[in-house]
Design a binder for this molecule. Structure first.
Ligand SMILES: Cc1cc2nc3c(=O)[nH]c(=O)nc-3n(C[C@H](O)[C@H](O)[C@H](O)COP(=O)(O)O)c2cc1C
Length: 211
């Protein structure tokens, strides 16, 4: 009888010890998986964070006027330059706004037109601020600008539109593009004439108060 109670006590102690060990193993496993999750979150944040203050000037120019203003803008803002090049270049006939059947007239009248772009901005996540430059076509931005804006995640970026035109103001062209992006802050746009001077462009860039 005495032996039996000793054996039972030993067995009971063994069960208690076993339960404690398995509980602490579970806790250790749980801690490890929490630490891994924390580490992953940290790494994800690190990878998605915008890495600081870089500026891009992205522009489309069919006949060179916007290109000249874009280059002056990039110089004044100490920014990188990216030309939005159509996969199918615009010919003189395409640009004939006197022709109701020209390519540009057709594209501008088609809400779903998204002319294809040749090339991409590989490191868009590095830019905090993106200037976008374009000519005014029928009072609006060319549809290739819509292709560009829809092609990137611009969430959290500051976007600054500018355009060149014969005489039209920037009008509703920037607002209509704004609705294509989510989470970006759009600054007021600026219109330039074809022969805008470096001083005119740099005065505008300096007035924006960019770092
Ligand atoms: C198809 C087409 C439509 C245009 N529509 C307008 C317009 O509505 N208002 C305007 O002032 N200029 C208009 N223009 C003139 C251009 O906006 C102007 O020449 C601009 O500076 C061209 O820029 P780029 O040389 O960078 O292509 C139009 C030009 C083209 C080719």
């Amino acid at each position: 009888m005495k032996y039996l109670s000793v054996i039972l006590s030993v067995l009971l102690l063994a069960c208690v010890l076993c339960a404690c060990t398995s509980g602490s193993n579970e806790k250790a496993a749980q801690n490890t998986s929490e630490e891994t999750a924390e580490q992953e979150t940290y790494e994800t944040n690190e990878n998605t964070q915008s890495s600081g203050g870089k500026i891009l000037v992205a522009y489309f120019s069919a006949t060179g006027n916007t290109k000249a203003v874009a280059e002056k803008t990039a110089e004044a803002a100490n920014a990188d330059l990216f030309e939005i090049v159509p996969s199918l270049p615009y010919t003189e006939a395409d640009l004939n706004y006197g022709d109701d059947n020209s390519r540009t007239t057709a594209e501008q009248n088609d809400d779903s037109a998204r002319p294809e772009i040749s090339g991409t901005v590989e490191n868009m996540e590095e830019y905090d601020t993106v200037f976008i430059g374009y000519p005014i076509w029928w009072g609006q931005a060319p549809k290739i600008m819509y292709t560009f804006l829809e092609g990137y995640d611009l969430n959290g970026k500051t976007i600054i539109p500018f355009c060149t035109s014969g005489s039209s103001p920037i009008g509703s062209s920037a607002e209509n593009m704004q609705s294509l992006t989510t989470g970006a802050s759009w600054l007021e746009g600026q219109r330039f004439s074809a022969g805008a001077s470096s001083e005119e462009v740099s005065d505008w860039v300096n007035s924006l108060g960019l770092k």
